[in-house]
Design a protein around this ligand. Structure first.
Ligand SMILES: *Cc1c(COP(=O)(O)O)cnc(C)c1O
Length: 231
């Protein structure tokens, strides 16, 4: 089931790339495996997936211990400063850096462990109250501040678009994130690259690709609906 789903998602990624003059190799598919058992992750791994996304520190650490070591783990959820130390040396990319204080903590732990940590700055382009992320207006200034911190590498921007049944409705938000990244690139800030745009989920990744996404984060489309227990 998982492998069939990945095939379908890959076909859609290819179609979206073909329709917008892009190369599928320039779009990284991140299998968002939160709440799913390692058996399902293993199916995706056996198919060839090496990029997995998790949104909780404990769950990421547990799965990191159990799964093969050549996986690139992506932290895509809100990150509390006191938990940074558990994941800095395990993640390939932290997508959800939304404040200078969080970036300072990641930098501090990276210095301690003598590693470089790659991050994206999360932007709440739609301005939703319920979402984390810096504002579109403050994004460039935040990137500039974070760029001064040691042992951090800013690789680009991330956004979580609003939930919608009409993917086209999110196109302006994806276009906006792209525009912000272009504006930041023009500033030529030392230590800052805007090569990555993490945007698009199960409901809207094809639209995101046509607007320039380099990482799409697909959970439901690969692993099926999530069940959240209240226990
Ligand atoms: C859960 C989650 C996803 C995946 O959502 P689906 O709609 O299941 O594809 C993507 N990005 C973030 C930040 C998430 O928390």
């Amino acid at each position: 089931m998982v492998q069939e789903n990945i095939k379908k998602v890959e076909a859609k990624i290819q179609a979206a790339c073909a329709g917008s003059g892009r190369e599928p190799k320039d779009v990284r598919l991140i299998a968002v495996s939160k709440t799913k058992p390692v058996e399902m992750l293993q199916e995706a791994y056996d198919y060839g997936c090496r990029d997995f996304g998790e949104n909780k520190v404990q769950e990421l650490v547990d799965k990191y211990e159990q799964m093969p070591k050549d996986i690139r783990w992506h932290m895509i959820g809100h990150l509390q400063r006191n938990k940074v130390k558990y994941i800095v040396d395990k993640v390939y990319l932290i997508h959800s850096v939304d404040s200078l204080r969080l970036a300072e903590e990641i930098s501090k732990e990276a210095v301690k462990k003598n590693i470089a940590v790659s991050i994206l700055v999360e932007v709440n382009v739609a301005g939703e109250e319920s979402k984390f992320g810096t504002t579109s207006e403050e994004a460039a200034a935040l990137v500039e501040e974070i760029s001064k911190l040691p042992n951090l590498a800013i690789k680009g921007l991330m956004t979580i678009a609003p939930y919608t049944d009409v993917p086209e409705e999110n196109r302006p938000y994806f276009a906006k994130l792209k525009q912000i990244s272009v504006d930041i690139t023009r500033k030529n800030i030392d230590n800052v690259s805007m090569e990555e745009l993490s945007m698009g989920m199960t409901g809207d990744y094809e639209v995101a690709i046509t607007e320039g996404a380099t990482c799409v984060r697909v959970g439901t489309g690969i692993f099926g609906e999530r069940q959240y227990t209240t226990l």
